[in-house]
Design a protein around this ligand. Sequence first.
Ligand SMILES: Cc1cc2nc3c(=O)[nH]c(=O)nc-3n(C[C@H](O)[C@H](O)[C@H](O)COP(=O)(O)O)c2cc1C
Ligand code: SF4
Length: 356
Amino acid sequence: MKKTLHDNFFIRKTRIRNRICVPPMVCYHWTDGSGVVSDRHVEHYRAMAHGGAGLIIQEATCITREGRLADTQLGIWEDSQIDGLRRITEAVHAEGCPIFVQIHHAGIVGIEEHAFCPDTYILRRGGIEKHGVKMQEEDIARIQQAFIDAARRAYEAGYDGVELHGCHSYLMCQFLNHRINQRDDRYGIHPELFITEIVDGIRQIVSEDFVIGIRLGAFEPTLADGIRHAQALEAHGIDFLDISYGFTGEDEPVKPDDFPYKDIIYAAGEIKRRVSIPVFAVNGMRVAEDAHGVLERTGVDMVDIGRSTLVNPSWAADALAGRDTGRCLDCAVCQWRIDADQCAGRKLLRKKRQME
Ligand SMILES: Cc1cc2nc3c(=O)[nH]c(=O)nc-3n(C[C@H](O)[C@H](O)[C@H](O)COP(=O)(O)O)c2cc1C
Ligand code: SF4
């Protein structure tokens, strides 16, 4: 049956009210080193839920203080953070929208100088060279437990599920990509094992309806690897696959010349054809026609609208009603990250609406 943006569907018992998802997007500088939720976070997520999103996946929220990607990242590493997180889930649920939280560890890409990595990989970015600290078995067990504890906190805070951050160069993605992970033990021979053991641990401590999904790199380094990981995780009971980029610089993106959307959207479609769980696609969808086109062309179940929802928190409601949504203008440097009021897409939409 033809999918439309208006369709609702279920992941476990969570009802998703339409096919438009707000993907995780870190709000830099909205908290301090404590990682505790601020009033701004609550209002930000409330606004996007009020704006009609079918599902919100909360920004990368770190499972240990040492694993942060930025020193002002939201945290889920200690129980004292649960009350703040619950303020977000209550605000979003009051608007009839489900919410998952993306749980995250940055690994070698983190802020620590001596950061964990599955192997002795040397990261070279922006003229800087960083040597990963190879994780010993006891480090692996400790970080896996930190993911499981974070999921328990998410469950207690009222989230409908968690999304494991398994892409964008971060720790789980480092395990999956054989150009980074060349271990000769079971975590190298079975690259998904680090993740599947976490999934098993979470399943033991949450109720049956709690959703466990993953944001997964499609090119890790090749699409064939991405497909293999997706199938292995499906076989292990993961509930959904949110497909994005893998480890930057160690990936080989591909798409046919006549495919009109991003290479990872093509890859999401290829993965969808080979699994039976929900698959989400992301990147570069700006207006409703893009979202309709991606659903039709790829058969995925959900479209992630990222920066265009930062421009217009009611992007989903406007798209569903056939109104002008506004759009992200792909600025060379995203000003929203620094000051939302300076976002060029927001300013333009505001001006257009004043003139109507
Ligand atoms: C400000 C900002 C923060 C982001 N933070 C995250 C994050 O926490 N986790 C994640 O998986 N992706 C993150 N992303 C990537 C987005 O989820 C999304 O994949 C990307 O923006 C492409 O989609 P778009 O073209 O619809 O914006 C972030 C992107 C932006 C612009
Ligand atoms: S600042 Fe530019 S790139 Fe960032 S969300 Fe706004 S329009 Fe898009």
